[in-house]
Design a binder for this molecule. Structure first.
Ligand code: GDP
Length: 403
């Protein structure tokens, strides 16, 4: 579901530790020049902590001692050769051996120092990485407001963090995860919603009414059926109010779902007052001791003032206990604007974001709650009744950021 965004975030994290692959090279050989590059690249990417430098300096005398030992061994073995080479006007073998050994020692020490100590990311690398990540998030429909907040906070965290040099990628991932958890708001877990309904029923507030609203075609009727199906599976009965009396075939569609799930539907004729249909459904539920009334409404754009005023009347008459905005994920950042406009007319308790299965970007899931201040109740992930997924911030973080 979040595959594309995960890949991009993973690439962005990967770019900051581009030399990590070299880091994994186990040993340094005299003839191999790759480790030299590894060290140099690592140095470009990370800034050594002062403690690292100090330790490296402390190690120096011991290394020199080692070096001397090795060299003296070589010395014994190669004196004759050395002399003959010297005589031939070439670099004395002893000098060559000494130079190569020194290089070997120096390299391995530097590698050890770089690889086993903590490192800090330098500012340029942090800027490059967060710049790339910012672009990725914006292109994936995460709102500007949320992205900006997240990136600024992440920059601070990265600046103040030291990472184990063997695990830079992991360290950066952890920072991204923790910052992401700050912008992801709590959702409405299924159990919490069921408990809320049960509590109201216990308090004698029967039936509990839930109204679904949002633009046309976002999946209101389908989502309402999914909720009814979930309620039924959990022992909560429902009645449908087919209050979309505007769109051709909407009443038939609601009736179709009601028949499939096995529940009553109250309908009027096309063009009838949707609020009066909702009122009738509530009366029916009272008379038949149904636990909940699920009220469908006609799709309306946030720009249509008449229809937004009509929803106000629905609210006055049906007095819904819970109002849910149904928006389709593929609408991108427009959803936040739509919700803001609806909120001028009616109280909304939460959002169901449908068609996440069709949304290659998926960034809405990150920022919608943050921007609207409303919890996401569920994601719609397909057309089937079971395809309703809880909004779980930790699931999202795990889906987006590699460990
Ligand atoms: P309404 O006009 O808002 O009531 O929207 P509908 O419930 O009629 O749904 C419009 C279309 O979207 C239908 O074909 C649904 O099957 C489809 N739909 C609804 N939710 C989802 C979802 O989560 N994923 C997918 N892929 N399709 C959905």
């Amino acid at each position: 579901m979040f595959d594309s965004l995960r890949k991009k975030i993973s690439n962005a994290i990967g770019s900051i530790v581009k030399s990590e692959r070299e880091e994994e090279q186990p040993t340094v050989t005299e003839s191999n020049t790759a480790p030299v590059q590894a060290v140099e690249e690592e140095r470009v990417t990370v800034t050594e902590t002062s403690s690292m430098k100090e330790e490296e300096e402390e190690k120096q005398p011991a290394e020199e001692k080692n070096e001397e030992e090795t060299v003296s061994e070589n010395n014994e073995n190669n004196t004759a050769e050395s002399e003959s080479a010297e005589n031939a006007g070439k670099e004395p073998l002893i000098e060559k051996a000494k130079r190569e050994e020194k290089m070997k020692i120096s390299l391995s020490t530097r590698l050890k120092g770089v690889f086993s100590k903590e490192v800090r990311l330098n500012e340029a690398d942090i800027d490059n990485f967060t710049g790339e990540l910012m672009l990725t998030l914006l292109q994936s429909d995460v709102s500007y407001e949320t992205t900006d907040k997240f990136i600024n906070s992440l920059k601070e965290t990265l600046k103040n963090s030291a990472f184990e040099s063997r695990n830079i990628r992991r360290g950066v991932s952890d920072c991204v995860r923790s910052e992401l958890s700050k912008v992801l708001q709590e959702g409405m877990p299924k159990e919490k919603l069921l408990q809320m309904v049960r509590n109201r029923l216990k308090e004698g507030m029967k039936p509990v009414s839930i109204m679904f609203l949002g633009p046309n075609g976002t999946g209101k009727t389908t989502t309402m059926a999914k909720i009814a199906y979930m309620f039924k599976k959990n022992g909560i009965s429902s009645v449908f109010s087919a209050s979309d009396t505007f769109r051709a075939a909407a009443i038939e569609q609601t009736s179709f779902h009601a028949a499939k799930i096995g529940m009553p539907v109250i309908k009027g004729s096309y063009g009838a007052d949707p609020a009066s249909v909702a009122f009738d459904a509530i009366e029916y539920a009272k008379a038949h001791s149904s636990d909940t009334v699920l009220i469908d409404t006609a799709g309306r754009q946030e720009t249509n003032k008449n229809l937004l005023n009509e929803i106000k009347k629905m609210e006055r008459v049906a007095k819904p206990d819970i109002t849910i905005y149904v928006g389709e994920s593929t609408a991108g950042n427009r959803i936040a604007e739509q919700v803001a406009e609806f909120l001028k007319y009616i109280k909304i308790d939460g959002i169901i974001l449908t068609k996440l299965d069709c949304d290659a970007k998926g960034g809405n899931a990150i920022s919608l709650s943050d921007v609207t201040g409303l919890p996401i109740f569920f994601f719609g992930t397909g057309e089937g009744y079971e395809e309703l997924m809880e909004f779980d911030p930790y699931f999202i973080i795990n889906s987006l950021v590699p460990e």
